[in-house]
Design a protein around this ligand. Structure first.
Ligand code: ADP
Ligand code: MG
Length: 602
């Protein structure tokens, strides 16, 4: 499915780094209607809770009237029956209205959850490789899964507790204000107590949460690495080393998690005791009022009931405070990603409508952020449209970096790269890349049919349009021999496809877009001689009519390239055709003879 900006989940989130609460507030921008309905049904469904103390007080007062004065017995019975009926109705209505309340609340919250995940994924697609270099995919997963979950939890738990608290507080306060203003002062006391408690615990909870969140991200990274490394680990019998590494991280989480649990529990206990004491105080204060005859026994029960529900409300807010901190920390965590500015600037740049395929490097320098050395140094090269150029050189000499520079995935620090005479930095790279196809060194096939893998990202193609690139990639023959041909699922048969076959599917995927520039990070080093020959045929058929750049590992596959560039530590050490370089008796010649002896590998 294509992503459209009208998608119900697409939503630009406003992030305020200094005040996560403000960010939180903005999540609800588009959900006002659902939240309003949720609040409405909440007030209705919650009514038995605040009506109960009133009804109980009425019944007790009626009873004590009836006991002290038999003449009032009939009227009292009548009052008691009415009160019982009212509270029964209020209790039963809770079933439909509770469901409606949760329905509208969950609707809003699930919408926010989905939008947040989509925003994160979209942002991750926009962020430059530099961001991905320094952020492990495990940490990113943790943000998309765990942090969004914490935020959803925060909203759900928050509203589920905040609404009752606010409504109950207002109701109880008004009730007592009418009946006995002095008692309402006691209610107000609960607020500074709550604020004080939060002030005392806030800093500790916040820092412990931040530490724990980073621990979790680290754990996710290590888990992802462990799974990737599994074949190596097993082969070397290093299971215990891996276990030890993870065990260390688990115990860090255990210790820091426990710390947080203890702080949260202490916080909960103190706030419970504090409010219990307040309630006892309330009871003590009301007793003289009864003795003076200012209020009835029913009112003592009423105030206790109201005060009980106010305290419940306030302490339930305090109880969710740890969730609140965790949620705010999660907002910070995903805010880090959503506000990261390392994205590719394409806005307002020249749209590329056609590509001839002339590429020119002019004294290009590039170094990776973490390193001092240049990965590419004083690199100048002119490639004419339709030429094929092979890049060879030892591992780490800068071949892959060079390809990423051409794709604009990385930007040179000095010098310029020109496409058809125009500086790459002035072009809209998304439009440029639709003219380029890349066959990466490690072929990535997703679960789906061979056809889906070849046509990845394309729509509205004919059968002939799929067959032709498969033929050029020298893959047609083996695909047609498979039981279901092009419809053979990669998932099931992926394991049965050889490295060379996977490589040729990847080449077909590159060719179906009929690119003006084809980049092959050729991975023939791991292939047997027969597969290598098949790939060589595929490459030679693919080069026709386009600029082709090949990172070559097997030198035999590039005999027919127009130019061979030998790289050494980011600079050109030799350049020429296969014949010329062999005759030069330099670095290339040495590489070739080493490979003929079967020694040199990249
Ligand atoms: P090749 O493809 O020829 O093996 P690369 O272009 O991958 O070489 O690497 C060139 C140099 O840049 C090497 O020294 C390598 O260690 C360094 N390098 C490559 N990728 C990164 C990266 N993401 N971060 C930091 N250094 C890198
Ligand atoms: Mg490489």
């Amino acid at each position: 499915m294509a992503f459209t900006s009208e998608s119900p989940l697409s939503h630009e989130f406003y992030f305020n780094k200094k005040h996560p609460i403000k960010t939180f507030y903005h999540f609800f921008d588009r959900e006002q209607k659902n939240l309003f309905l949720a609040a409405l049904f909440f007030i209705i469904k919650h009514s038995p809770v605040w009506a109960m103390p009133v009804v109980t007080a009425n019944i007790i007062n009626a009873l004590s009237d009836a006991v002290t004065n038999p003449a009032l017995r009939d009227g009292a019975t009548h009052r008691i029956i009415i009160n019982l009926i009212i509270i029964t109705i209020l209790a039963v209505q809770n079933i439909p209205n509770q469901s409606l309340f949760i329905y509208f609340l969950a609707k809003a919250v699930r919408q926010i959850e989905g939008s947040l995940r989509l925003s994160l994924v979209r942002k991750l697609q926009q962020l430059s490789l530099a961001f991905h270099d320094r952020t492990h995919s495990g940490a990113i997963q943790s943000k998309i899964l765990r942090d969004v979950e914490s935020i959803r939890n925060l909203i759900m738990v928050g509203l589920n507790n905040l609404l009752p608290a606010v409504v109950t507080f207002i109701f109880a306060f008004t009730m007592t204000l009418i009946k006995e203003p002095w008692i309402s002062l006691l209610f107000l006391l609960s607020i500074p107590l709550a604020v004080m408690l939060i002030k005392v615990f806030r800093e500790r909870m916040k820092s412990t949460n931040a530490v724990l969140r980073q621990d979790m991200e680290r754990m996710n990274e290590q888990l992802a690495e462990m799974i990737e490394m599994l074949p190596v680990t097993k082969a070397h019998g290093l299971e215990n080393t891996e276990l030890g590494r993870l065990e260390k991280q688990f115990s860090i989480i255990q210790v820091n998690g426990l710390k947080l649990d203890v702080i949260s529990a202490l916080f909960g206990a103190i706030n419970w005791v504090g409010f219990q004491l307040l309630q006892i105080l309330c009871l003590a204060v009301t007793i003289p009022f009864v003795l003076q005859g200012r209020i009835g026994i029913g009112e003592v029960v009423l105030f206790q009931g109201l005060y009980g529900s106010v305290l419940n409300a306030v302490s339930s807010i305090l109880n969710i405070y740890p969730d609140l901190e965790r949620g705010l920390e999660a907002i910070n965590s995903i805010g880090d990603v959503l506000t990261d500015e390392e994205i590719e600037e394409n806005e307002g740049k020249e749209i590329v409508e056609r590509v001839q395929g002339d590429i020119e490097f002019k004294q290009v320098y590039f170094s990776y952020p973490a390193t001092k050395d240049h990965a590419i140094e004083d690199f100048s090269l002119s490639i004419k449209s339709g030429q094929s150029v092979a890049f060879v050189g030892p591992s780490g000499s800068g071949k892959s970096t060079l390809m990423q520079l051409i794709l604009g995935l990385r930007r040179p620090q000095q010098g310029r790269i020109l496409l058809d005479g125009k500086d790459l930095s002035t072009l809209d790279m998304r439009t440029f890349r639709s003219f380029v196809s890349v066959v990466p060194q490690s072929v990535i096939l997703f679960s789906g049919s061979i056809r889906e893998n070849i046509t990845y990202g394309l729509r509205g193609f004919t059968e002939a349009q799929v067959i032709e690139p498969a033929r050029m990639a020298n893959a047609l023959e083996f695909i047609q021999k498979l039981p279901q041909g092009f419809d053979t699922p990669i998932g099931e048969y992926g394991g049965k496809l050889s490295g060379g076959q996977r490589q040729r599917i990847a080449i077909a995927r590159a060719l179906i877009r009929n690119p003006s520039i084809l980049i092959l990070d050729e991975a023939t080093s791991a292939l047997d001689v027969e597969s290598e020959r098949q790939i060589q045929i595929a490459i030679e058929q693919s080069m026709v009519g386009r600029t082709t750049l090949i990172v070559a590992h097997r030198l035999s596959t590039i005999r027919n390239a127009d130019t061979i560039v030998v790289l050494d530590r980011g600079s050109i050490s030799e350049i020429g055709s296969y014949r010329e370089l062999i005759l030069q008796n330099g670095a290339f010649n040495r590489l070739v003879s080493l490979q003929e002896m079967g020694i040199a590998r990249d």
